[in-house]
Design a binder for this molecule. Structure first.
Ligand SMILES: Cc1ncc(COP(=O)(O)O)c(C=O)c1O
Length: 387
C-alpha cells in the first residue's frame, strides 16, 4: 500500500514570481548592437533615454547600471554626505538605505502606513518636530513608491519644503504608476527606476534617474561617467573620440551598456501592452481574492477608482438610453477640453473636483409636465442598471 503518493508531475507547472516579456525584437536589437561595435553608452542608450523621458514626462532621463546606482548618484548630486540624515521608510528593499550609507550620511528609518505600504507622513512630521539635538541634520527624504503605488508626494513635498529638505523618490517598482496624472518619479527633485528582471520592463540590470533640474542632470551625467565633463557620445560626435574630456569631479563608472540600451528601446515599445496586461492580472487577483477573507488586497487610491466608476456611469447611461430614457453627464470640466487643455497646458487633475463631477455626474430627465409615473420609471430603471 502506498502512503503519501507523490503528486502527479504532469499536473504541476512551476509558476515563477515574475517573467520578462521578450520577443524577436529584443534578439534583433541585441544583434544590431553586437554588429555595430559600439557597446557602452552610445546611440541605443540615448534612444532609450529619449523614449523613457517622453513616457514619464520629465525633462531629463539618464540611464545607469541599476536603481541602486541611480539613487546613489541622485544623493551625491544633491550634495548629501557626512553629517547629513536621510529619512527612508523602514519597509523597503535594502538598497534604499544602503545608498545613504555610501554617501557617508545616516539613514533614519520612518515607519510606514500599513494601508499603502509607503512612508507615513505623520511619522515624518513627528520625527522632525521631536528629534533630539544631534550632530547630524536632516537633509533629504527618500519616499519609496512601492508595488506600483505612489507615495503621497504632495504631503512629502510639503514637509520637505517646510524643513528645507530635498526629495529623491525611489521609484524602482514605479514604472507605469501615476498619481493625480503625474508619473512616479516626476514629483521629486529626482526619481530613480530599476530595470531588474522583476520589474515591468527589464534590461537585465539597469536603472534610470529622471529630473527636471538642469544642474542636477548635468552633475549626474558627469558622475555616472567617472566625473567626465562630456559623455562618450558627445565626445565621439565632436572630435571622433580623440580628445579626452575634463575630469573635475570624483565620479563612478555607472554607465549603461548599449546592449542594455537596445533592450530598453525594445521594451519601451511593449510598455503599454505590458502595463495593461499587469493591470488586468492584478484586477483578476482582486476578484479571485475577494472570496479569501484572510487576505487583504492592496489599497487602490480613490483617484484610480474614478476610471472604474466612470465606466459604470457610462454603461448605465447607455443602458438607459436603450430603454428609451435619456441621461447626460452633468456638464463639462472645461479645463479637460482640448482647446483649453492645449492653450493653457492644463492637466485633468488640476481641478480635481470639477474632473470628478465631469466623470461621475448624471443629469436625469427633468421638464415641465414630467409625470410622477415617468419619474418612477426613471428611478426604477436606474436602480435596475446599477444593480
Ligand atoms: C524599492 C527598491 N529600491 C531599490 C531597488 C534596487 O534596484 P536595482 O536592483 O535596480 O539596483 C529595488 C530593487 O528591487 C527596490 O525594490
Amino acid at each position: 500500500m502506498s502512503v503519501n503518493p507523490r503528486p502527479h508531475k504532469e499536473s504541476f507547472k512551476r509558476i515563477p514570481i515574475a517573467k520578462p516579456v521578450f520577443s524577436a525584437s529584443e534578439e534583433e536589437a541585441l544583434l544590431e548592437v553586437l554588429r555595430s561595435g559600439w557597446l557602452v553608452q552610445g546611440p541605443k542608450v540615448n534612444a532609450f533615454e529619449k523614449l523613457f523621458r517622453h513616457f514619464i514626462g520629465a525633462k531629463y532621463a539618464l540611464a545607469v547600471t541599476s536603481c541602486t546606482s541611480a539613487l546613489h548618484l541622485a544623493l551625491a548630486a544633491a550634495g548629501i554626505g557626512p553629517g547629513d540624515e536621510v529619512l527612508v521608510p523602514a519597509f523597503t528593499f535594502i538598497a534604499t538605505a544602503n545608498v545613504v550609507e555610501y554617501t557617508g550620511a545616516r539613514p533614519v528609518f520612518i515607519d510606514i502606513d500599513l494601508e499603502t505600504y509607503t512612508i507615513d507622513c505623520t511619522k515624518i512630521r513627528k520625527y522632525l518636530s521631536e528629534r533630539p539635538e544631534a550632530q547630524t541634520r536632516p537633509r533629504c527624504i527618500i519616499p519609496v513608491s512601492l508595488f506600483g503605488l505612489c507615495a503621497d508626494m504632495e504631503k512629502v513635498n510639503k514637509i520637505a519644503s517646510k524643513h528645507g529638505l530635498s526629495v529623491i523618490e525611489d521609484a524602482a517598482c514605479g514604472f507605469g504608476a501615476r498619481r493625480h496624472g503625474h508619473h512616479a518619479g516626476t514629483e521629486a527633485l529626482a526619481g530613480c527606476f530599476s530595470f531588474h528582471p522583476r520589474k515591468a520592463i527589464t534590461t537585465g540590470e539597469g536603472g534610470m534617474v529622471v529630473t527636471n533640474d538642469d544642474h542636477l542632470a548635468k552633475t549626474i551625467q558627469a558622475l555616472r561617467n567617472h566625473g567626465a565633463s562630456k559623455t562618450d557620445f558627445e565626445r565621439h560626435l565632436e572630435h571622433g573620440g580623440s580628445l579626452l574630456p575634463e575630469y573635475d569631479k570624483l565620479g563612478y563608472n555607472y554607465r549603461m551598456t548599449d546592449l542594455q540600451g537596445a533592450l530598453g528601446v525594445a521594451q519601451m515599445e511593449k510598455a503599454e501592452m505590458i502595463l495593461k496586461g499587469r493591470k488586468q492580472a492584478a484586477a483578476r487577483y482582486d476578484e479571485l481574492l475577494a472570496q479569501v477573507t484572510e487576505i487583504k488586497t492592496p489599497f487602490v487610491p480613490g483617484w484610480n477608482k474614478i476610471n472604474v466608476w466612470n465606466r459604470t456611469r457610462n454603461r448605465v447611461m447607455t443602458q438607459l438610453e436603450a430603454m428609451g430614457i435619456s441621461l447626460r453627464q452633468g456638464t463639462h470640466a472645461v479645463h479637460t477640453l482640448g482647446y483649453y487643455k492645449k492653450k493653457y497646458a492644463l492637466q485633468d487633475h488640476d481641478y480635481p473636483m470639477a474632473y470628478l463631477a465631469d466623470r461621475l455626474s448624471l443629469a436625469l430627465p427633468l421638464y415641465y409636465g414630467i409625470t410622477r409615473q415617468e419619474q418612477r420609471t426613471v428611478v426604477e430603471k436606474l436602480k435596475q442598471c446599477l444593480s
